[in-house]
Design a protein around this ligand. Structure first.
Ligand SMILES: Cc1cc2nc3c(=O)[nH]c(=O)nc-3n(C[C@H](O)[C@H](O)[C@H](O)COP(=O)(O)OP(=O)(O)OC[C@H]3O[C@@H](n4cnc5c(N)ncnc54)[C@H](O)[C@@H]3O)c2cc1C
Length: 264
């Protein structure tokens, strides 16, 4: 498609103009040549549009003056060497306003994860969680989980996709499927020569995902219900369920509601 891929470049600044964008990037190769990290080599690229698919702390979002996601959770993830059949996951509503999870990944080991709002000590919560299982996961990866997309993810000649746009499931923090779904919409709708086409992208991804995201946010609110109500909900969701994790609307299918009512 005529793409010119540059690896090891960090975008530092973006300027949107009437006819195009200028993207200034630091080139790590240049830095190695000069041997000075305080004076990085930079290069400026000119294009018709810029796509910010640069994650939760998006430089493109900041540089184009686009609004921030509603919330950014701290996520932690670690693996133990326990191997067991990957049939069931454990979910603990112990992390404030979110949850901790344990997922057996077969031969790859067992995943332990947790997300918590800013201000909470996520590391302490994670240690407590893994200690309860009598496990030391060793190295832990940390990342930010953006929740609640801002009202606008497009600028004059810019668009955000994925975590940069907080296109994530509010009740799990997962962003891979929604981000790729939004990318498909962008590929279909956006014509880089025509800034007016950005509005079609905003409409298309929101038409596809907004209801799921809104319902997902309601499901997440249930994590903070009083414990007896949580227990009823968890009992209804335990065992084999036919809920599509990317589509909270599937919770409200007639068959699913019948199954929940018969269990609770
Ligand atoms: C602990 C944890 C567990 C998770 N588990 C799941 C899960 O089980 N399922 C799921 O669906 N999702 C999960 N997620 C979320 C998932 O990782 C993200 O939704 C997904 O990676 C978002 O993809 P992205 O391409 O939008 O952003 P990213 O994966 O963050 O990619 C952005 C890229 O842009 C690059 N970049 C950033 N700034 C610049 C810059 N200035 N210049 C150049 N490049 C830049 C980064 O280096 C990175 O390569 C989890 C997240 C966390 C933190």
């Amino acid at each position: 498609a005529g793409a010119d891929l540059r690896e090891d470049h960090s975008v530092l600044a973006v300027e949107e103009g009437e006819d195009g964008v200028a993207v200034r990037a630091r080139t790590d190769a240049g830095e190695a040549t000069t041997g000075s990290s305080s004076e990085p080599t930079t290069e400026t690229f000119h294009a018709q549009m810029v796509v910010g698919a640069d994650g939760p702390v998006s430089t493109v979002r900041r540089e184009c003056g686009l609004p921030e996601p509603g919330e950014k959770l701290q996520g932690l993830l670690g693996f133990s060497t326990e191997t067991e059949p990957a049939d069931f996951v454990d979910v603990h509503l112990t992390a404030p306003s979110f949850f901790a999870w344990r997922i057996p990944r077969g031969e790859a080991g067992t995943e332990y994860g947790l997300a918590a709002p800013p201000g909470e000590s996520a590391n302490e919560l994670f240690d407590r969680f893994t200690t309860e299982y009598g496990i030391d996961v060793g190295e832990v990866c940390a990342g930010m989980i953006p929740i609640d997309p801002p009202d606008r993810v497009t600028g004059h000649r810019s668009l955000l996709i994925g975590d940069a746009a907080a296109q994530t499931k509010p009740f799990t923090g997962g962003g891979i499927v929604y981000g790729m779904t939004a990318a498909d919409h962008a590929a279909r709708e956006v014509d880089p020569r025509d800034p007016a086409s950005l509005a079609a992208y905003e409409r298309a991804w929101r038409a596809d995902l907004s209801t799921e995201i809104r319902l997902g946010a309601w499901i997440r609110r249930a994590y903070s219900l009083p414990e007896p109500l949580q227990k009823v909900g968890l009992r209804a969701l335990s065992g084999e369920i036919d809920v599509h994790m990317d589509k909270p609307t599937s919770v409200f299918s007639t068959d699913q509601l019948k199954a929940f009512l018969s269990r609770s």
